[in-house]
Write a protein of this length. Structure first.
Length: 584
């Protein structure tokens, strides 16, 4: 129990559980005990919809208890280590060893060392091969499993794709064989083999990869005959009938996205060449308006939240968005509930829904041109019409919007200096347009990230631009906007981007690197104040792995570490698109 130290640690409410609508089951009688973790701080993990979904699905099954554990903040971790204590689950304050499964939602490659830290604090051996039937099975899912290879040594199984149906099948299978497994009459190898028969389950220990001297994969094969070489990701066919977390948990402390997150769609109808999320959530599906309204009503009533966010990759492409917003505003107009939208397309502000969006709380508008020049946007295949954009923006300013946020990338294929100039010119035009509404220029926040050519995209064969080149481009843009006070530039840490590029494009040799980095103190690599790139450079050196090999351009016929994952988007189509692009 943490009770004796709660007054000595920061934000103790993040460690006590008991939130409104959390689930507290009688632990011991349950046949299957599952602890789920988003390997980051509570305030981040409790903003993750996937965690809510798995938590709710499992706790709705009578003989399963699902509890939570998150990365502790530094003060609690230090107390646990100095007092020789273990990390505990929130709901029942149980040790991780007492669970049948430890499930990690891998939302970012920069959380990988946090996974190892949680296992270490729970006194769970890091590697799958070191855990027998007396330990929990370690299972992974989430966006980063689109390429699970860098974490292969640490996980017993990965669930690829959407887990709403698959997690139930995994639990059903385990229920049948738990007694035999725990008693030792069914080996771990035999149990994993049974899991591997489920569509969407990847057992990394059943495979091996071979590399040439330059680090390229030359062969990926199953260790035993009859083991399938391709793993097809799972999808939910109908969002309207799929599970949605109810009742909605309400934390005691403020979290990153402290609101109701209402997923209105999965996938994306657009085909941006750089976008991994489209492949991750392919195919494109939508919730119908009536389903969204029903969810919004009952989730509000059980939570009392004062903000509802409509979420999805491209919400403005929802064909019922206009009417949906009108009816949501009517539903909440007497309840002081605001609606928020993510980045939207300019054409969504023109015509039918412009007046509706104008009535939404004016916290600012967010757009993602991605590139400043039309030439580069064509290379990205970004659906962004400049004429529509500025017409919509003028309308938004006239409706009372004061601020705009723009997202751009640098390090793009075929990028030139005039493309960088175009970012500044475009942003300045966005700011100055507000003068036409009779007021001062608008403040524009400009977020600039480095392109990472991600797996399962048409860009996956491009290399990652080197650090010095990215540094030069960042300094050029910073100098060019120094006197433009209405433009506020922020850059994503280029070293963090580089590491994300390596881990996302990596192979199973990186498990050694990740382990070395953790042992040298790497944790919370997604947090700027904790990130230490020198630790990672040493970790690569100790493992004898060249980080640069993951940043190079790939050959079109090369075996890619993630090729065994059937994402739903055909690799040959991606290759054809890439070939046409480089020939143009």
């Amino acid at each position: 129990m943490y009770d004796d130290i709660l007054l000595d640690i920061h934000k103790p409410a993040q460690y006590i559980g008991r939130e409104v609508n959390s689930v507290k089951k009688d632990f011991q009688p349950c046949k299957i005990k599952f602890v789920i973790s988003f390997p980051d701080l509570y305030e981040v993990g409790m903003s993750n919809l996937g965690l809510y979904i798995i938590y709710g699905i499992l706790n709705n099954i009578n003989d399963i208890v699902c509890e939570r554990v998150f990365s502790p903040q530094k003060d609690l971790e230090e107390l646990l280590r100095t007092q020789n204590r273990e990390i505990l689950s929130l709901e029942s304050q149980k040790r991780l060893r007492e669970f049948d499964f430890i499930g990690f939602s891998l939302g970012s490659e920069l959380c990988y060392t946090n996974v190892l830290n949680i296992l270490d604090l729970g006194r769970i051996p890091f590697k799958s091969e070191s855990r027998d039937h007396t330990y929990p099975l370690v299972i992974g899912g989430g966006p980063s499993t689109i390429n699970p290879e860098p974490m292969h040594e640490f996980f017993d199984i990965f669930c690829l794709g959407e887990a709403e149906d698959l997690i139930i099948e995994v639990m059903d299978l385990y229920r049948r064989y738990k007694d035999a497994y725990k008693q030792g009459s069914l080996s771990k190898q035999e149990l994993l083999n049974k899991f591997s028969q489920l569509e969407g389950v990847y057992v990394p220990s059943f495979y091996e990869a071979f590399h040439d001297e330059e680090g390229r994969v030359v062969e990926f094969r199953a260790k035993e005959a009859g083991t399938r070489l391709k793993i097809k990701k799972r999808i939910v066919g109908d969002l309207n009938s799929s599970y949605y977390p109810f009742p909605w948990m309400v934390p005691y402390i403020q979290i990153i996205h402290d609101r109701l997150n209402l997923e209105v769609m999965r996938g994306c109808p657009n085909q941006c060449r750089f976008c991994q999320a489209r492949s991750q959530y392919f195919p494109f599906r939508q919730r119908n308006k009536d389903n969204v309204l029903s969810l919004a009503d009952k989730l509000y009533k059980c939570s009392g939240y004062e903000e509802v966010a409509l979420t999805g990759l491209s919400v403005s492409d929802h064909p019922q968005l206009g009417q949906m917003l009108k009816e949501l505003i009517e539903l909440f107009e007497t309840k002081s509930v605001s609606l928020s939208l993510p980045s939207i397309k300019a054409k969504a502000l023109i015509g039918e829904i412009s007046a509706v969006i104008a009535s939404v709380k004016k916290t600012g508008l967010t757009f993602a041109p991605e590139a400043g020049s039309e030439r580069l946007r064509n290379i990205l295949r970004k659906d962004f019409n400049t004429e529509e954009f500025f017409a919509a923006l003028a309308q938004a300013y006239a409706s009372g919007y004061q601020h705009v946020k723009l997202y751009f990338m640098i390090g793009l294929p075929y990028e030139q200096q005039e493309d960088l100039d175009a970012i500044v010119d475009f942003s300045l035009a966005v700011s100055e347009l507000k003068r036409k509404s009779g007021s001062s220029a608008a403040g524009v926040n400009i977020s600039i990230n480095t392109l990472i050519p991600k797996p399962h995209t048409s860009f996956q064969w491009f290399g990652v631009e080197d650090l010095e080149s990215i540094k030069s481009k960042q300094e050029y843009l910073r100098e060019k906007t120094k006197k433009l006070r209405k433009l506020n530039l922020t850059f994503h840490n280029r070293y963090m981007s580089l590491l994300e590029g390596i881990l996302s494009r990596g192979d199973r040799r990186l498990s050694r690197v990740i382990f070395n980095a953790f042992k040298r103190g790497a944790k919370f690599d997604a947090w700027g104040e904790h990130f230490n790139f020198d630790i990672w450079l040493t970790a690569f050196k100790d493992a004898g792995v060249d980080p640069g090999s993951y940043l190079k351009a790939r050959g079109i016929n090369e075996i890619l570490p993630w090729d065994f994952v059937e994402i739903g988007v055909d690799k040959e189509l991606l290759a054809s698109d890439f070939s046409n692009l480089i020939k143009a």
